[in-house]
Design a protein around this ligand. Structure first.
Ligand SMILES: [Zn+2]
Ligand SMILES: [Zn+2]
Ligand SMILES: [Zn+2]
Length: 318
């Protein structure tokens, strides 16, 4: 190995070590590379359909590409529902309620097929089914993992009703044989999780034993400190805790990038959005020609700012 090659090799080792270090920093989330995005949706705006590649609002809505955590808030008494159609997702329910008790049908939350839903609860949330439905319906191989952050009450109510000769909607969560649900637990001292079913039984184990319970309430008080965050706030998004969904930093103001001109508005240097209005040309209109015996005037102006020559035709009386 010549001197030069050795030097090069040394240099490359240095780069490799640097890359390795960067890799570690990334994987520890120091550069925020590990962090996930969050989208905030409102159930009062329509049904929410979550797929492998994004989400849509309303059954016929156009899909918005998204990969990250969903935070859903708002209240509805319409037939608006949440459908997890495929894939594995985290949904934070933030003080949200779906009440379909006045409807002839309707299941507030469906986790279809073999989808996996990690449901994080923030504050009080409730899901009340329409006639003949469970509050939560799981697909054949679906998994639902419910976790509480801070203090709150999660209330689920099925609506038992005779549908075509059979009593349906008898359990708060309909769990097929191969599907699974895990409930909030209290790992830390001082944390409390109480589960009440239709007969006010206090034991979490019995919730699954008494499957045909239309009512389920989970009251929890689980200590939580926000430690996992979405990317830093900028002019397009606030920053959130990825577990409880709390906003930890608001959106920032837009940053003036390109200045406004006569015809173009100023734009934000970061997101490119329009800021304010174009300035408009400046100058004095001069008469070029009078037509129809002075009834119509043709005028021109050279803009004193951009030097463009402009023409217009005006009625003389204006
Ligand atoms: Zn938090
Ligand atoms: Zn901006
Ligand atoms: Zn101009």
């Amino acid at each position: 190995m010549g001197r030069r090659t050795r030097k090069m090799a040394h240099w490359l080792t240095g780069i490799a070590a640097g890359l390795f270090l960067t890799q570690i920093l990334y994987s520890q989330g120091i550069y925020g590379a590990e962090t996930e995005n969050m989208v905030c949706l409102d159930i009062s705006e329509g049904s929410i359909y979550i797929t492998d590649t994004g989400y849509r609002i309303g059954e016929g809505g156009e899909e918005t590409s998204f990969d990250g955590i969903y935070k859903i808030s708002g209240n509805t008494r319409e037939d608006y529902e949440i459908h997890v159609l495929e894939g594995e997702h985290v949904v934070i329910m933030d003080h949200m309620s779906i009440d379909q008790r006045t409807l002839e049908d309707g299941c507030p939350l469906t986790v279809a097929g073999d989808s996996v839903l990690n449901l994080y609860l923030q504050g009080d949330n409730s899901l009340f089914a329409g006639a003949g439905n469970s509050a939560i319906e799981l697909g054949e191989d679906a998994r639902l993992d419910i976790e509480g952050f801070g203090q709150g009450i999660f209330t689920l109510m099925a609506y038992p009703a005779n549908m075509g000769g059979e009593l349906e909607g008898t359990s708060a969560i309909n769990i097929p044989e191969d599907a699974a649900v895990t409930y909030p637990s209290s790992p830390e001292t001082g944390d409390v999780v109480n589960m009440y079913t239709g007969n006010n039984r206090l034991s979490p184990e019995k919730v699954t034993a008494y499957k045909a319970e239309p009512y389920l309430q989970i009251r929890y008080s689980i200590s939580h400190h926000c430690t996992r965050f979405s990317p830093e706030a900028d002019c397009t998004r606030a920053q959130y805790c990825l577990e409880c969904g709390r906003e930890v930093a608001p959106k920032t103001a837009h940053v003036l990038g390109t200045q406004a001109t006569c015809t173009e508005a100023a734009r934000c240097a970061n997101c490119g959005c329009i800021m304010g209005e174009p300035l408009g040309h400046k100058g004095v209109w001069k008469l070029e020609k009078e037509l129809y015996g002075g009834l119509v005037r043709q005028e021109s102006m050279v803009c004193t700012v951009c030097h463009e020559t402009l023409y217009r035709t005006v009625n003389a009386e204006e």
